[in-house]
Design a protein around this ligand. Structure first.
Ligand code: NDP
Length: 309
């Protein structure tokens, strides 16, 4: 059984930032990179909104930079997956897919969330070529153009409103005749002149070879199919937090996100902290994930100090 002071599960901006701080505090952190090393940024191209990169940076390059920096200050990064945890005792246990057993004084969970997709072949093919799950990240690339956004929750309303300030027109595809979003968010959408809501509608196909050129829309009430010219498709149909592994031990909210103490990254289990998208369904930005990663490392360091570990 290997003993660690600080085990970090997940290798997105939150996990690596936690690692940088924990390593510099002498906690000798070990990061388990997990099934999708680098997290959601590995699926993006240009990142223009992370401070410190005035020329922008490719998402995968940025994650390589995060990893290098974490390793430089003394983090060990292991390209393995944690498949089991047990947080029921005083010491926190974890087991890797290879059966390696770890006992950790503190654990930082940074396993992120995964965007839900429509599941179309054309959506996969045109990913990052006009198909995006993040309006805040990618809206800027389509300024003054016509775009379409799918979804009817608070995220979809927020993203449609955000996009409306940048692009020429936003078509918002809602599959039912009502929205799930809160009334105030819906009202904001209705009050915006360049957002057109397409009720009872679904995207059947995204059209384009090298980049998005349009969509085929189905009206699920009438069965009519129509073509619409747009240069981007934003999918805002929700995220799934990667918390299945922790379900038996850590308090989750009704959507599966880890519940953390309001002004810290503490979970309901002493010595276990959570940061990044696994506990944030509102902001979901690389920079906010990195910020909470820093908080988790500081919380962990303080906890270990208080316990004399
Ligand atoms: P939600 O799960 O709330 O909404 C998802 C939306 O996507 C629903 O309208 C759903 O439609 C639709 N949808 C799901 N699958 C498909 C599909 N295959 N095709 C078309 N439409 C689909 O997710 P959100 O990300 O919007 O919100 C998650 C949580 O975060 C919520 O609790 C929300 O309130 C919160 N949030 C709060 C914000 C704020 O307060 N500022 C901002 C953003 C999020 P249907 O309704 O028909 O099921």
């Amino acid at each position: 059984m290997e003993k660690l002071k600080c085990l970090i599960i997940g290798s997105g901006p939150a996990g690596y930032t936690a690692a940088i701080y924990a390593a510099r505090a002498g906690l000798k952190p070990v990061v388990y990179a997990g099934p999708e090393p680098g997290g959601q940024l590995m699926l993006t191209t240009e990142v223009e909104n992370f401070p410190g990169y005035p020329e922008g940076v490719q998402g995968p390059q940025m994650m390589e930079d995060f990893k290098k920096q974490a390793e430089k200050v003394g983090t060990e990064v292991r390209h393995e997956v944690i498949t089991k945890v047990d947080f029921s005792g005083k010491k926190h246990m974890a087991v890797t897919e290879m059966g390696h057993e770890i006992e950790a004084d503190s654990v930082i969970i940074a396993t992120g969330a995964s965007a839900k997709w429509l599941g179309l072949e054309s959506e996969k093919r045109l990913m990052n070529k006009g198909v995006s799950a993040c309006a805040v990240c990618d809206g800027f690339f389509f300024r003054k153009q016509d775009v379409i956004l799918v979804g009817a929750g608070d995220t979809a309303c927020e993203e449609a409103t955000y996009l409306s300030k940048i692009v020429n027109k936003v078509y918002m595809v809602v599959r039912r005749d009502e929205m799930r979003a809160s009334k105030i968010m819906q009202q904001r959408v209705m009050d915006t002149s360049n957002i057109e809501v397409l009720w009872n509608s679904e995207i059947k196909e995204i059209v384009g070879e090298e980049f998005v050129e349009g969509v085929k829309l189905l009206n699920n009430k009438t069965g009519a199919v129509s073509d619409l010219n747009v240069t981007a498709v934003f999918v805002a149909i929700g995220h799934k937090p990667n918390t299945d592994l922790f379900r038996s031990f850590i308090e989750l909210d009704d959507q599966g996100y880890i519940v953390t103490d309001k002004i810290s990254t503490k979970t309901n289990v002493e010595g276990v902290f959570a940061c990044g998208d696994v506990q944030d369904k509102i902001y979901r930005q690389a920079v906010t994930a990195a910020g909470t990663g820093c908080m988790a490392a500081l919380d962990s360091e303080r906890y270990l100090g208080e316990k004399g570990l």
